[in-house]
Design a protein around this ligand. Sequence first.
Ligand code: T1G
Length: 697
Amino acid sequence: MPPIDRSTSADVAVLRMARPPVNGLDRALRSELLGALHAAQQDASVRGIVLTGGDRVFSAGADISEFAGGASGAAFAEPWLGAVCTALASSPKPVVAAIEGACLGGGLELALACHGRIAGRTARLALPEIKLGLLPGAGGTQRLPRLIGVEAAVSMILSGDAIDSVRADALGLATAVAGSVLEHATALARRLAAHSGSRADDGAVATARTRELGAAALGDAAARLRRPSRAQAAIIEAVRASFERPLEDGLACERRLFEELLGTAEARALQYAFFGDRAAGRVDALPRDVAVRRVSEVAVVGAGTMGAGIAMCVANAGLAAVLIDSAPEALDRGLQRIEQTYRTAVQKGKLSSGEAEARRAAIRASGSLEAVCTADLVVEAVPEALDLKRSVFAEVDRHAKPGAILASNTSTLDVGAIGAATSRPGDVVGLHFFSPAHVMRLLEVVRTERSSDAAVATAMAFARAIGKVGVLARVCDGFIGNRMFEEYCRQAFFLLDEGALPAQVDHALESWGMAMGPFAVLDLAGGDIAWAIRQRRAREQPDQPYSRLPDLLCELGRFGQKTGAGFYRYDGGTRGRAVDPEVDALVVEHSRRIGVERRTISDDEIVSRCVLALVNEGARLLDERIAQRASDIDVVYRNGYGFPATRGGPMYAADEMGLANVVAKIARYSQGYRGASWRLSTLLESAARLGQRLSAL
Ligand code: T1G
């Protein structure tokens, strides 16, 4: 099918973008669109033109893969998108956009350059360029403020979030219709043609009042940006030009800023992240015709925090859930937790009361494991003890229907050993949710040596169905995320032994971009959980050096937020953390007791030691084929551990640091305090030697 499907409705030409999968505005589509527009303009029988796309996607905007070449790349190959928009806006015959589905970025900029916009019930309109470290580069920062006002426009561009047709209508961005967008758009094109001479781009210069309102709105928007990123600052500058300068000048300013941003490290990292999040859903080893089983009912065994969260994930996706717990009080607590979460969501305006009620109604409860008998998928979320999980799986196996997938939410245990307790190990996988399960996007899908292709494919499809980023991992202790996090924390504790304090370590890493420092994370997760894992590890790996410091805190009952004190002290209300002099004194005393002379440690060393611990362990995981690809590891860290997306992920960040530098630093650290903990990855070493990019492996 040609990229532009042209048809006519009497005296109106309909140009339908038809470039799978998302009408990405690559050079071919831009060229075809411009050609079709010119042909319609030359056609004397045509009085008006309608531009439309598919039912699910109008257009996903510029083809992000064209950005790799920067300002001299395919993104600016003629006709570049800005030129196509200008051709639409200056068309002597009116052009009306008929929008259903996603209308994003350059796709919305095409629509903005039209003389009118009709948006249907499924339309979602956004300028999400900020999420790629960019700004709208084909007229969005100039035409949107002229259409809906500076305040609404700058808010929409800075957030990058989508609005529906009702909101678009209220803003004056489009006309919302319930019926056929094509019919309404065709009628509008005819009406506009009857009033020939109307132009989309009124080159009029803004009035003094408009300039005054615009400046005030921009000032407010800028004041809300604590430390503006380059893209945010560029958006403020470009939108300011929309009311301070003529359109042509504003468009030129926008293009200059767009070209500058294309070349930034942040934009490149965010584009890497965009494609990485999508590549993670692909399982290379699966045959293309693998049978994905239907999942419409999910049984969740264990009504604790995780179980209740998982049940909400299921209900939020419109599937049926049954929450099972043999302890009535535990089941009640789980149901109350769900009730409270939905009530809070309604109070905050995130859900309507009707939506909350429908989701609550999708979750039924039971005290008996026999209730798994109708489920297509069973997710076990009982306490982290192998014997308990094995006995639960054996019981589930007796009641679950043939073909049901049996999944464990374990965060570290051997899913193969759990599956061996059943008669159907081929149907057993791990589904490692991250707390809070109904919020965190990451889901580690764990394949055992005996998991069938169908079970893996069904689990990955389920991850997509509930809106998670599913990443495949093979079995090892901690899978991908927690195994790397273990090495990250090991270095963080050693840094305390050697001279740092918890607040310095956390501040250094948070300043570098981590959402939370390691000690704040451990306090949030609960020190008792990590303590139990350390005790198991000490039995299983007695030769692996680690600091006793966290054990000392746990022996004092300081488990973190749940006990009001951990590495920090917490007051009940705000959950804000406060430095606790008792802990700092304990750290200093511990160094004395182990005979380590404390030294001043720089923030740079803190960041380097902790981040390179992630890099090294990630490379070891890759070498052991626990992770399919390096970009999957970065997907795990961006979506589950607060790693800054503007740095891509540990693997990508190592490339940006230079692998030779990374290897040299690790070699130096391995000669330092408790250096035996650094087992340099041979894959990392060879990639450095061969000049490869780690994130491309
Ligand atoms: N460019 C290139 N490829 C894209 C793409 C894009 N804009 N959008 C999607 N894809 C690919 C994606 O990689 C995947 O490929 C396939 O399409 C399906 O995507 C000048 C500068 C539209 C809501 O940020 O939000 O315009 O893995 O799995 O879940 O001002 O894709 O199959 O090989 O996400 O149905 C701004 C990004 C661009 C929108 C569909 N636009 N896309 O979601 O499918 S910058 C965006 C999306 C710009 C101008 C600026 C979503 C979607 P593969 P998918 P989906």
